[in-house]
Write a protein of this length. Sequence first.
Length: 332
Amino acid sequence: MSKISAAITAVGAYVPEYVLTNQILETMVDTNDEWITSRTGIKERRILKDDGKGTSYLAIKAAQDLINKKGLDPKEIELVIVATATPDMKAASTASYTASEIGATNAFSFDMDAACSSFLFGMSVAAGYIESGRYKNVLLIGADKMSSIINYKDRATCIIFGDGAGAVLFEANTENLGLQDEYLRSDGTGREFLQATYGGSSFKLTAEILEQGGQYAFQEGRTVFKNAVFNMADAAAKILERNNLTKDSVDWLAAHQANKRIIDATAQRIELEDSKVMMNIQKYGNTTSATLPLLINDYESQLKKGDNVIFAAFGGGFNWGAIYLKWAYNSK
Ligand code: UT7
């Protein structure tokens, strides 16, 4: 019997309508378009303006986009994973609500949080369920309403993040397409440099903390940047080496969209030309768990069956890694 691998067989996405441009940010904090563009590559990001709608709203829309494109019966979905750092609430999971709302009534579901690496780690988890032979398909959604934890008076964070969601369907494959190899790592000593602290079980959200804006995300950008450049590039290089891939045999790099300079550094490390580097940071900024599926959704029409795609991410925790995946279909 041939080995079962886990292949991506469909993609969907959703971004909210409201566009927060660099020009608008110039009126909110002490910053300017030139600084943001040259330091990050970001021109605009999407924001879900409605306070009554959370990450599940984005996740449901992305999943419905996939379901419609694929013509999938949601009752056939066996597992729904929502990768997110901004769940609707601390309990119950965003995934359970999302699964019910999309009609995946025969599935079980759970959330996964590894900050900006949530989707990358989610790919590993989704693939593991399928490779075990116990499940035929898994719907993996990366969704974040980052605007819910961003202080729009803090120029160090508000220029970077945006809201969005993307979804992929993993299915069992017997042609050896799909996930081939992974290199994933965590280092908890990095957590002090990037976190949304208060409201967690160790850090009570008091009235005083709220007054100081302690409910928002904080990052020491320069330290995160240095670690991101080193580790994301290193993980990508390791995955190439381990699989005897050369720069010519890699067709695409899908790297977490946190900063164009970090993506460029990763591409340079594996000597990949610009035309093979997926990039949409200019449109969406850093959507945390949604960057990777938003990338493959944007590039879906250019991806060909058998293409070698390298996924890479780095984020809070610290968590990082790279995944080598063989693309499984030509889009219609
Ligand atoms: O996705 C999860 C992982 N997150 C990341 O990967 C983010 C990693 N970090 C970064 O992308 C970058 O560190 C930032 C984009 C956040 C910042 O860029 P940087 O080149 O590291 O800038 P910096 O923090 O070293 O600040 C340089 C200068 C400072 O001024 P002085 O001290 O040199 O006078 C900052 O105060 O730029 C100033 N600055 C700004 N100026 C205009 C910081 N933020 C801004 C701003 N507009 N928004």
